[in-house]
Design a protein around this ligand. Structure first.
Ligand SMILES: Cc1cc2nc3c(=O)[nH]c(=O)nc-3n(C[C@H](O)[C@@H](O)[C@H](O)COP(=O)(O)OP(=O)(O)OC[C@H]3O[C@@H](n4cnc5c(N)ncnc54)[C@H](O)[C@@H]3O)c2cc1C
Length: 469
């Protein structure tokens, strides 16, 4: 089994920056990521993309090459295409790569697994032709494909970015159907001070909106009662604006109402999590270095709380400095001196967050969907099923899983977990913290028996023989 001082899971801005910072302090680093190339969500495929497509995706995208190039350091081993499915005591990390399972051990483990798009379960969201805006963006980044006759629905800055990227790719969306209201904007203005400190982001947002205006993309704000119509596939989006019924015919629907930390790995290690009321999601409990109560496990980047790519990069560097100190490569004084300017930058990066969180809250109707709406796509569990389990006395998500398999499919609750918590909390009158979340156990991602059988015998763990997927 390979051994490293530090094993990092996730080669996005947080993981890449942490890898280089730790290696520069003399640590040996193994960086694992399921993607074929480094970059994470924001810089996906940045080293591979043709220049014409890179220009359309914008300068903030190609900026990621600074981080991917910095991985060329002797002490960093980057294992691309490595899907991590278990992290256990003693820093043993199990993953699948090239069709075979393998393991690597780290004296310390850094989780930099990023964010997931918050699923937006509205009637019709499971029809073919409907996907998340992030999935649409992945098609654009990796293959240069932009959907035709698409409508973007939801709230948040990523929606504007994707819409502009589609305009530049020659396939502008037919419309943006946005759920935030003028009351949300008024609430956000209470955080105007922070927004002004984050003026580069405001300026970027305004320039994206100006580009959409110039391209003639209509924006419908304050949309309610959103329904995706279609028999065999999505054909139109129906919604209400100030009580009036509207309908936009289309072929593709991109849904988006924010991103949430990808907490599966941290949860599988028993790291405590807390409900973040401003961001409407759970986040792991970490200190300002990303350290958890598990002394050999840190979390950095969006996985520790949504802050964006720059904040993720800085968070990765801070975690690496703290880990280097814990492993004896830096004194406390050296760590603090190197970290001081990073903390200042992090404060500046985070200043705009309260404004954005208030201006673009997730669509309330999709947080507590109607009874008929499917919330767990893997097992086809509907919102009404969860409410029925609550009426039968079910108090928490783990019981709901036993009642009706919500969260038991291949995604292991990554997509329905928050909806199950919200529905049970609503039904029982408890807080999300009291209701809790699914207990996450390995395998975090599906692993086949063939992949386990192909694992080198020395590394094979007998407990794995009992896994059923
Ligand atoms: C779909 C999507 C698109 C986004 N697009 C943009 C954008 O265009 N612009 C922008 O400013 N922000 C974007 N964001 C927000 C964004 O993710 C950033 O804030 C930033 O990338 C966070 O950096 P990170 O290093 O924390 O995580 P990420 O960049 O998300 O990197 C996490 C990495 O961990 C890997 N990973 C996760 N689980 C495992 C596992 N079990 N095994 C192996 N590898 C694993 C993932 O493959 C990923 O490469 C997007 C978010 C999402 C979800």
């Amino acid at each position: 089994m390979t051994r490293s001082d530090l094993v990092i899971i996730g080669a996005g801005p947080a993981g890449m920056a942490a890898a280089r910072t730790a290696a520069d302090q003399g640590l040996s680093v193994t960086l694992l990521d399921e993607q074929a190339r480094p970059g994470g969500q924001i810089y996906r495929d940045v080293d591979h993309v043709p220049e014409s497509r890179a220009a359309r995706l914008g300068a903030e995208y190609t900026e990621g090459r600074r981080l991917t190039r910095a991985l060329a350091q002797d002490r960093i081993t980057h294992l691309a295409g490595a899907v991590v499915w278990a992290i256990e005591e003693g820093g043993v990390v199990s993953y699948t790569r090239h069709g075979a399972a393998a393991q690597v051990t780290g004296a310390h483990v850094l989780l930099a697994t990023g964010a997931l798009e918050r699923p937006m379960p509205v009637p019709g969201w499971t029809l073919p032709g409907v996907m998340t805006a992030g999935a649409g963006q992945i098609l654009l980044k990796q293959s240069g494909v932009a959907a035709r006759r698409a409508v973007l629905v939801g709230a948040g800055p990523l929606l504007y970015l994707v819409a502009v990227q589609m305009v530049r790719a020659g396939s502008p969306p037919l419309a943006l159907i946005e759920t935030q209201t003028t009351a949300d904007t008024a609430r956000a203005l209470r955080h105007a001070g922070g927004a002004l400190r984050g003026w580069p982001y405001l300026r970027k947002g305004m320039s994206l909106l100006a580009e959409l205006r110039r391209a003639g993309v209509p924006r419908h704000k304050g949309a309610r009662d959103i329904v995706i119509e279609g028999a065999a596939r999505a054909e139109a989006v129906r919604f209400k604006l100030a009580g009036k019924a509207r309908r936009v015919a289309c072929e593709t629907v991109y849904l988006h109402h924010g991103v949430v930390p990808n907490t599966q790995a941290a949860r599988s290690l028993g790291v405590p999590h807390r409900w973040d009321a401003a961001q409407h999601c759970f986040a792991p409990v970490v200190d300002r270095w990303g350290a958890t109560e598990r002394t050999t496990v840190h979390v950095a980047g969006d996985g520790a709380g949504i802050g964006g790519a720059r904040a993720a990069e800085i968070g990765g560097r801070l975690a690496a400095l703290d880990i280097a100190m814990r492993l004896g490569a830096l004194s406390k004084g050296q760590r603090d001196a190197l970290a001081q300017p990073l903390f200042r930058q992090l404060d500046a990066e985070r200043a705009i967050r309260p404004f954005l969180d208030a201006a673009y809250p997730p669509n309330a109707a999709a947080l507590l969907p109607e009874d008929d709406t499917i919330i767990c796509r893997c097992e086809e569990v509907r919102a009404g099923d969860i409410r029925r389990y609550a009426a039968l006395g079910c108090l928490g998500p783990n019981q709901a899983k036993a009642f009706g398999r919500a969260g038991m499919g291949p995604c292991q609750g990554r997509y329905c977990g928050l909806a199950v918590t919200a529905l049970l909390a609503e039904a029982t009158g408890q807080t999300p913290d009291e209701t809790g979340y699914l207990r996450i156990r390995p395998p975090l991602k599906p692993v086949t028996l063939g992949e386990l059988a192909a694992m080198h015998d020395e590394a094979k763990d007998p407990r794995l023989d009992n896994l059923d997927h």
